[in-house]
Design a protein around this ligand. Structure first.
Ligand code: CMC
Length: 431
């Protein structure tokens, strides 16, 4: 908190209260209401946290008006074009870009934790084959705390470090195995001599019956998708991880909670929902009908992949993702992909429509990511698990930051109670 010299006044019930105001290094000032209830006996009310900062953080900053996303100060478009996913992981976790020696050491540590405890296979085998891979991931990641006891003591910084590396390293193996299990193919063990993205693609798409060579274009696109999803400050799943961790729960349990939250269609599930919607629209001539449905207050339909709580100008991740979609489809020789054509036309029509302009609804990161993943050969059910693989580093970085904060305490929101007041129990014969 850079400047604490300002204050705000609250007049309530005839009395005046001074509330400290903290100025951040970037973004709006924050009125500190921590002592408000003790002093004035009132709560604040903010369902959905639209105006509430729940923590302080130095990891990621979003300027929703400018459409800017910074990790430790570095803009996402520069990271997506010049860096790579494991370097961004290092940046998020430790605060600075690594030296050549530091990244070599970090990559070595990550690639040496990619295997799962062999007994964990039985967890996968216990699920129905048609289980959604996100359901499998919630279960298997939660179960990691039953296997890696030597990294669940959150008061020990070394154990926190080992748990962080384990989660980042094993998540691709877990997601790939959830997929392999669902299609009835054998699990493919990780290869520590491959880069993070190539290893993931190989675990998803290779079979023991033949050689598999990772296409470097797809590997680069995969790495970029991971980079674009690595962290996004206090979004719903990250806040879920922080809230779970505030009680002292172990990191595997906290990340399992984050995966559960990410699954929802308003959050990580939107990339799957978006591709389903584009396929349902089918051809550009159907677009006006869907635009009208999205605008109709009596129709629950929304344009998936459009809108964002924070971005009100453009989502910088979507810009990179759109370029990536063009590149990947061209390189694969499928640039006339009808879904991509429908997406581009939908974007064009929506951006010219008064409803979407007035409400500042723009394509978000999920609008084009599904098209790329589909072209790579992933089924829709794998889109959100891939988001979970990428976001693990964000969850873990925010979790580590929270635990190291001496001020951190259990999260315990209050409520505006609108239910019945005290009443005596009525025996069943008198109801
Ligand atoms: N299509 C049509 N109308 C929309 C849309 C949409 N996609 N998104 C918002 N609106 C309208 C909404 O009906 C509301 O209108 P009104 O003011 O007349 O009631 C207004 O815009 C504000 O919407 P909101 O739901 O209050 O905004 P929010 O900040 O609570 O929701 C959102 C943000 C992302 C959940 C929402 O825009 C949405 O549901 N989008 C579709 C799902 C999606 O693409 N989610 C991925 C988000 S990015 C990836 C991630 O971070 O997880």
């Amino acid at each position: 908190m850079a400047d604490d010299s300002k204050s705000a006044k609250l007049i309530y019930d005839g009395a005046e209260y001074d509330l400290p105001v903290h100025s951040p290094t970037a973004g709006p000032d924050v009125v500190d209401i921590r002592k408000l209830y003790a002093q004035a006996g009132v709560f604040t009310y903010d369902p959905g946290f639209t105006s509430t900062a729940a923590c302080d953080s130095t990891i990621t900053f979003i300027d929703g008006e400018k459409g800017e996303l910074l990790h430790r100060g570095y803009p996402i478009d520069q990271l997506a074009s010049k860096s790579h996913f494991l370097e961004v992981c290092y940046l998020l976790l430790y605060g600075e870009l690594p030296t050549a020696e530091q990244i070599e050491d970090f990559e070595f540590r990550v690639t040496n934790h990619t295997m799962l405890h062999e007994q964990m296979q039985y967890f996968f085998r216990g699920f129905r084959r048609d289980a959604h891979p996100m359901a499998v991931m919630v279960g298997v990641v939660g179960a990691m705390s039953a296997f890696y006891h030597d990294s669940t003591d959150i008061s020990d910084p070394w154990q926190r470090e080992v748990a962080s590396i384990r989660l980042i390293a094993k998540m691709p193996t877990i997601a790939a195995w959830a997929y392999k299990y669902s299609i009835g193919q054998p699990f493919v063990y990780p290869r520590n001599d491959m880069d993070y993205a190539s290893n993931f693609l190989r675990m998803c798409f290779s079979v023991p019956a033949e050689d598999y060579v990772v296409n470097p274009i797809l590997s680069r696109a995969m790495d970029r998708i991971f980079t674009l999803h690595a962290d996004h400050e206090q979004n719903a799943s990250t806040s879920t991880v922080r809230l779970a961790s505030s009680s002292g729960a172990n990191p595997f349990a906290c990340v399992a909670a984050g995966i559960a939250c990410l699954w929802g269609p308003a959050h990580g599930g939107a990339n799957q929902a978006c591709l389903e919607m584009l396929r349902e629209i089918g051809t550009p001539d159907q677009i006006p009908e869907y635009i009208e449905r999205a605008k109709d207050k009596n129709d629950p339909f929304r344009l998936m992949g459009f809108g964002h709580r924070v971005y009100k100008n453009h989502d910088p991740r979507a810009t990179v993702m759109k370029q990536s979609a063009d590149e990947v489809l061209e390189l694969l020789g499928i640039e006339n992909n009808p879904t991509l054509q429908t997406a581009k036309e939908l974007e064009r029509i929506a951006l010219e429509d008064d409803y979407f302009r007035e409400k500042k609804l723009f394509p978000n990161v999920d609008f084009y990511s599904g098209i790329i993943l589909d072209a790579m050969g992933f089924p829709q059910s794998m889109f959100t698990p891939i988001f979970a693989v990428a976001r693990t580093v964000g969850w873990i970085s925010q979790w580590k930051e929270q635990i190291s904060d001496p001020q951190h305490k259990i999260g315990r929101p209050r409520q505006l109670y609108l239910g019945e007041t005290y009443r005596d129990y009525v025996d069943v014969e008198n109801r």
